[in-house]
Design a protein around this ligand. Sequence first.
Ligand SMILES: C[S@@+](CC[C@H](N)C(=O)[O-])C[C@H]1O[C@@H](n2cnc3c(N)ncnc32)[C@H](O)[C@@H]1O
Length: 194
Amino acid sequence: MALGKSRMFFKQALGNPRKTGAVAPSSRHLAKHMLDLSGLAESRVIAEYGPGTGSFTRHILARLRPDQRFFCVEINPDFANALRQEHPGLSVHVGCASGIASFCQQEEVAGIDCVVSGLPWAVFPDPLQTSILESMLAVMPPGGSFVTFAYLQGLFLPAGRKFRRHLGRYFSRVERSSVVWLNFPPAVVYHCRK
Ligand SMILES: C[S@@+](CC[C@H](N)C(=O)[O-])C[C@H]1O[C@@H](n2cnc3c(N)ncnc32)[C@H](O)[C@@H]1O
């Protein structure tokens, strides 16, 4: 990965620690794990939440077929602008993922079959976790797929434990991958079905 992206990510992490939720972008190993478990191939409309410097975005774009739709939702306008520059034509909405219904309207899609999330759930307060999950489920058909990661240390934080309980409550199937050690920090992937 380009050093410039790591530097940009670190700078944003210093300026917005509670929104960025990490000090380094995800590795290509974590990206591969996420996408292998995402159900992307069988999805028509795909959204990425919290793309940051695009660690998952470029892998999604590489797997995307012409008959699929893809757009991103990123709260940090600096990340959004950098992504648009790197991937001309990529649709990146600036705002909170809880506003997904309005982003779907702007995209003129009825719903989303697959969400790939880079959001830092373990630093989110409970009302934000639930509002993002509930708004996502409201636009997702039964069988829709949700994939996200959690840093190993975050699994033991109260917000991380709460997030895991929410997944069990909101999704009909929740599975957790083995630890992806080749990431800083090491992480696990949750892959869920509505
Ligand atoms: C841990 S970083 C992950 C970045 C990238 N996906 C990766 O894995 O390297 C979290 C990202 O989520 C974004 N973010 C945080 N809160 C958000 C929210 N409520 N809605 C949309 N994006 C958000 C941050 O700006 C940041 O880009």
